[in-house]
Design a protein. Structure first.
Length: 87
């Protein structure tokens, strides 16, 4: 993920760790279970941070077009998660 982009993908970390850095250069570590890129895909907003894997990492990638196939309850859960994940 790159800060400032409106992405077509979101990622759920399955294994590994990802460092996120915002425009103020504040950093945070995201671990398994964290959702990255949700703001861009769910809210059509620019990414608030850049993300880089800091060790071997496995993620579940969810494309914007595949969200139509998810149950409404799952999409709403992802949307709420996106709002909570604001850096």
């Amino acid at each position: 993920l790159r800060e400032g982009e409106v992405g077509d993908w979101m990622f759920v970390i399955i294994e590994g760790s990802v460092q996120v850095v915002d425009q103020r250069k504040d950093t945070a570590l995201r671990n398994p279970g964290a959702i990255l890129g949700a703001v861009g895909i769910m809210c059509t907003q620019r990414q608030l941070y850049s993300a880089t894997a800091i060790d071997p990492t496995t993620c579940l990638a969810i494309g914007k077009t595949s969200l139509d196939e998810f149950p409404t309850s799952v999409v709403e859960l992802l949307r709420r998660s996106a709002m909570r994940s604001l850096f």
